[in-house]
Every structure is written in C-alpha cells, then in structure tokens.
Design a protein around this ligand. Structure first.
Ligand code: HEC
Length: 160
C-alpha cells in the first residue's frame, strides 16, 4: 500500500469516528442502561428501609406512642449497623446516587453511621422515660445524620 493511500484510508476512518462521536455515539455507549449490581441494589434497599423506619418513628413520636417510638428507633439503629457492610466495597454499577468519595473517606463515612446508631439509642432511652420533648429532640439529632451523610456522600436528588 502506498503511503498516500494509507493516509487516505486513515483519514476516512478518522472521519467516520469523528462523525460517530458528533452524533453522540460515544455518550450513547457510556449511558447504556446498566442494571444495579447486587451491592447497589442491597444498599438502596437498606436505605429505603431506613426511610420507612424513620417515617414510622416520626409518626409514633407525634402520637406520643413511646413503645412504638422505641421499636422504630431500634430499627433505625439496626440499619445503621448494616451501613458499613452495605458499602464495604466500591461498586458504582447501575443507578446509584452514591458518590465515589465514600471509598476515599471510609472512616468518616463509617463515623456518621456509628453516630446514627448511638443517636438512635438516645431515642430509645428518652422513650423509656416517656419524655416527649426529649424524644422529639433526640429524633431530630438522628435525622441530622441522614442529612449529613447524604450531603457529603450522595448526589442530591432532583427536585421534581
Ligand atoms: C453513612 C452515610 C449515610 C447515612 C447515615 C444515611 N444514608 Fe441514606 N444514603 C446514603 C448513600 C451513599 C445513598 C446512595 C446509595 C446509592 O444510590 O447507591 C443513600 C440513599 C438513600 C435513599 C435513596 C435510596 C434509593 O432507592 O436510591 C434514601 C431514601 C435514604 N438514603 C434514606 C436515609 C435515611 C432516612 C437515613 C437516616 C435514618 C439515611 N439514609 C442515613 C448514605 C447514608
């Protein structure tokens, strides 16, 4: 093959690639729908359970149902215990809103989970004392952990 012919062929090939990129071929490839990995699905499920328990906890507190409040607070504590394991290995496969810095700052991430566990225990204590104001304050402290961790380690959810 002559040098000129080779150059012409190469030029044509490059033009095809460039055209494909311009048409969005590359981004289409990158945005190919990907299924949640097992780990991603599991941690999302854990968080959804967390939200459910938190909601039930708030309702119980509002109704002044202290035994229920203690029960749901212990559920939140259990979820907190599961967080470290659920985020053990870096896994970003699928529809995840987790930020990669979780795995660069694993200790800090784990600390928020531990704090969530401790703070949920404070709710149980306050519920045992049947002190509504104290329970309410303790629940707020619990909820602040959800917000703190999401702010640092999660893509903010789109407002609809
Ligand atoms: C130590 C960090 C941390 C704490 C504490 C935490 N979360 Fe999360 N949460 C995350 C991360 C990271 C995600 C994103 C997970 C993903 O998409 O892979 C998430 C996602 C969620 C989701 C969305 C799940 C989905 O289906 O996409 C909900 C709901 C949620 N959290 C609720 C809560 C509630 C309620 C609390 C507090 C009781 C809480 N979280 C505490 C880190 C945390």
């Amino acid at each position: 093959m002559s040098g000129r012919m080779r150059a012409a062929l190469l030029g044509a090939a490059l033009a095809v690639v460039a055209g494909w990129v311009l048409m969005g071929g590359w981004s289409a490839l990158e945005a190919a729908p990907e299924k949640d990995s097992k780990a991603v699905a599991a941690r999302k499920k854990l968080m959804q359970g967390n939200a459910k328990s938190m909601k039930a906890l708030n309702a119980a507190v509002k109704a002044g149902e202290f035994p229920k409040a203690a029960l749901f607070a212990s559920e939140v504590g259990e979820f907190a215990l599961g967080i470290a394991e659920a985020f053990e290995k870096k896994d970003m496969a699928g529809k995840t809103t987790a930020l990669a810095n979780i795995w660069d700052e694993k200790a800090k991430f784990g600390q928020i989970a531990s704090k969530l566990l401790n703070d949920s225990r404070a709710v149980i204590e306050a519920a045992r004392e049947k002190d509504k104001a104290k329970v309410e304050a303790a629940v707020k402290v619990v909820g602040a952990n959800c917000a703190a961790c999401h702010k640092a380690y999660r893509v903010p959810p789109k407002k609809s």
